[in-house]
Every structure is written in structure tokens, then in C-alpha cells.
Write a protein that binds this ligand. Sequence first.
Ligand code: G3P
Length: 410
Amino acid sequence: QTEIQWWHAMTGANNEVVDTLAKEFNDSQDDYEIVPVFKGTYPETLNAGIAAFRAKQTPGIIQVFDVGTGVMMGAEGAVKPVAEVLEAAGEKFDKSKYLPGIVAYYSKPDGTMLSFPYNSSSPILYFNKDIFEKAGIDTASPPKTWQEVFETARKIKESGAADCGYTSTWLTWIHLENFAAWNDVPYGTEENGLAGTDVKLELNAPIFVEHFKELASLAKDGVFRYGGRTSEAKQLFLSGECAMLTESSGGLGDVVKSGINYGIGQLPYDANAEGAPQNTIPGGASLWVFGGKSDEEYKGIGEFFKFLSQTDVQQRLHEKSGYLPVTEAAYEATKKSGFYEKNPGRETPITQMMGKQPTENSKGVRLPNLPQIRDIENEQFEALLAGKQDAQTTMDNIVKLGNEAIAEAQ
Ligand SMILES: O=P(O)(O)OC[C@H](O)CO
């Protein structure tokens, strides 16, 4: 039997999905064994992969988050494109079977798709219906714009219905990368890095500065509570401390499991942005396969990817975790099953990603060192939210330090 390690960053309900899928695949045949290994948060998992590559001790499969895509693409020869992996298992990879936004995100400019889109997501608004009712807020029409979210959050705090009105996971992904795409404003030049590598960040434009000014003011008043750089803030919602949360659709598994009386709204947009809402960009992660493995291992990984792309597996993954069904067939099957009628809001992450043809502001953000840029952004946000600097300084610093880091990485 050939053992194949699958390094991943999934916790809670999503970790259970990983373990279940590996077990089902292992039970379905005798030649290969997929062994899931939890490697920490997404940034930690990527760092573990880089270290393993240097030490020539790579796993068969590694889950790399959206913004690590540029890093992996830059590692010429280190990875084996997904089509070649599937070919090893006698399967022809047909891109047209996958949702177009996802294919575009994980493909090189020449169209070669490099990784397998295991868990794609889109950020949404979660709200606690019990708290809304206590504060006298209509649960049938959750806030649509950021301005409404902020006003509602203040109202909730003032009413005493909850300690904190609003929190958010991933400020970088939700309040910068998706904020830009959804409001149809640039994150940076060169189509946010998709059209060229000489990118200059445009994150100190007034729309971003105003947004963060408001967040900082909410934080000062205890209305907004900061949770951390990745998905830590989800706990603040699950514990009932915060009434609203913006978080990945991939957080749904834990929200459902918690038994909380929750509702879903689409990702808020800025009321002053003319083109909003435009479309969100895919988040989550994909599965990358390292080069230099034996034919047998590639065949095993190809078989596993074949297993993962089956319609019923994709449908289940989508329904259990909240990640998107990555194939058209699984999306259609979920629609037909009546799942969306029975579970209001569960189609929102898909429609907000696919609803409109992307513009040059909303295809994605691709930088060779985006994880590092996110570190810079997070450091600046933390200084802002701790009251150490104002929003204009924060966004100016992000642009200055970010541009320096991008120039260095070229
Ligand atoms: O929580 P996930 O898996 O949807 O990922 C969120 C972000 O895209 C990570 O960069």
C-alpha cells in the first residue's frame, strides 16, 4: 500500500470533513492510503510546506490558501499541475466542469490549472437572530451595506442585547481583497497583479481610509471586537458575544454545529461605491501536489482527486462545510435537491461570486508574496485598532511598506 500524506489546515467541522473523505477513499480501495496531517493555520501550513520543500521531505498533497497561490506558482518545477496528476490516474482533466471563477483563480496566465480546488469559499454576513430580536431589529432583512452594519452594531451594543455588535475574521481577505472586488475598486495596479508583476497598492484611496476610520471608531467604543488575523473571531460569534460576524462561508459547518439561531446575509458593500455590489473573489484553499514523486504516488493522488470531484462527494462537502461546490454538476445537483429552499442563504456565497462578469478589479489579487503583504496589513490594523495610529496613517503605511515588499520580491 502506498501512503500519501495530506497536509492541511482544517479545524472543527472542516477537519471532520477532511477525515471522513480520507477514510471513505481509503475504504473504497486497497492500493493507497491518504493520511491527513493537521499543520496549523493556513500561513503555518504554507510555511511548513516551504520548509519541507527545502529539506526535500515534501508530503504528497498540501492544502495552500488562496493567497499562497502566487507563491506556489512562482515555485517552477516544485509542483505538478493538477491535469498531469489526474492523467497519471487515467483521467482527463476537463476544466469546463468546474465553476469558471475558480478555474480562473487557480490557472496560470497560459490557462494551465495548477492545483485542485478542494475548498473554495466566499465571505458572508452571519447574524444572531436571538440578539437581533432582543434589540428590536428585523431578522428578515439583515444589513446590506457596511454603513448599515456599523449602525446596526452600534444599536445592538446600546440596547444591551449583546456585548459586541460586530466582529470579523480575516480583515485582509474580507475588508481589503474582497472589499475592493465587491465595491469594484482597485486593490492595486496591473489588475491587482493578474496582468503584471510591477504592482503598486492602491489601498490608501479614500474609500478604504473611510472604512477603516469607522472600524477603528467602533473598536474604540467596544462595538467592534477584533479576534485575530485568521478565523479566530468566529468564536466571538459562536459564544454569543458578538451579534454579527463576517466570515468565510466555510465557517458554516461550525456555526451549524453550535446550534446558534443564525441568519445569513450577503457580504456587505459600501453604500458610496457606484459599482457595488460587483462580485466576490474565491477564497479558501486548493490542493497542490509536489514534484519529484513516484508514478505510483501520482496515480494514488490522481485517484483521490477523481474521488473528490464526484458529484455526490462535492455536494456533501458543500452542504456540510459551506465551501462552494466546485463543479457545475454538484451545484446543479444541490439546486435540484431543494437544499437551498430548505436552507435560506446557503446559495448566497455562490451567487455573489458568480452573479456578475468580473471586472479588472474583481478577478482576484495575485502577488508573489501576498502572505507577506497580509502580515504587513495585519500589523498596521492591529496598531490602528489599539488606538496607536489613525486610519490614514494605517493605509499609507500599508501602501508604502507593501510596495517595498513587492518590489523586493520581484
Ligand atoms: O476560511 P477559508 O478557508 O474560506 O479561507 C479564508 C481566506 O480565503 C483565507 O485566505
